[in-house]
Unconditional design. Sequence first.
Length: 386
Amino acid sequence: MRKIYLDNASTTFPKPKQVAEAMYQYMTQVGSNISRGGYSSAYRTEELVYETRQNLAELFNATDCKNVIFTKNITESLNVILKGFLKPGDHVITSSMEHNAVMRPLVQLQEKGVSFTRVPCNVDGTMDIKKLEPCLQQNTKMIVMTNASNVCGTVLPIKEVGRFCHEHDLKFVVDTAQTAGVNAVDMQEMYIDALAFTGHKGLLGPQGIGGFILQENMIDKIEPLISGGTGSISHTEQVPHFMPDRFEAGTMNLPGIIGLNAGLNWLKDITMEKIKEHELNLTKYFIDGIISLDDENIQIAGKKDISGRMGVVSVFIKNKEMAQIAYELDEKYGIMTRVGLHCAPSAHKTLGTYPKGTIRFSFGWWNTKEDIDIAIDALANLTKDK
């Protein structure tokens, strides 16, 4: 049975072959650390890391590639930014569509005197920019929000929110987990002060590598979450103030960075525009197919069209246990999806799918219309009342 991977919102698969090849070459022919060796292979590795920073700075229109920081994932990145910046007495605004990568740190910080307000989004996941103003308080310091929902794919109005932050002297932190590599994100145009990214989704790198990018005005305002050896200014026990060393203590995931760089180079060749067009074409094909079933037991959570959305579609099954449906999709049809609450209970409450959750179908570059046809037929068969 042919396997059909429709869980690209979790991690893209397959990766470009260049990703594995670059990692293999590094691990078998180079293997050197950076900033800790005075020999040619160490310098070559440092060049590759620098090239990756440059590629990321170019992708997000960052002002300086030295402000690109590598972490193990976007969750760590958001923790570093939020816990390093916010102080007791500060107030934060976020959206009701957030992943727990934002919500759990905010709830932790709430126990230490930081407060937050959720902007209530609409039942399709969209957000009305006019709802921001009533959330403002005298001690509001920041807005942090996702660029697009990992549950239903709805894109939030980042550019408009960024302008609002600029006008009200607020810091703007953006989670690009579901958009980086597919939708254009411009730190300057969107007034983004701190951008968090992950390497293993739309950027097509391996798991275990992510990072964040800061504007200059954020560097000294964030206290590093982790400190230790950096290979620089080793004569002092103080944390470096310069970038990127300020936030990159300890040995980094160099195979991951090099794999990410290969993914970024592949992305440059294919272009984000082509990937976005392909994924949205498949999304429309899937949504139209589900609607054409005319089955009241199968409901789409969120938007029913492809305007302002990503290639992520959540389906709510009224008459069956969804975990069983997801199991049978894999067991009987080879279709891999994700079922449940997707680490985003707040989003599911907004969409009206809490606590049962949904089955999420998410499309990638290597999916085809044939994959979609099989998925639609499978859902139609599995949800029939027997």
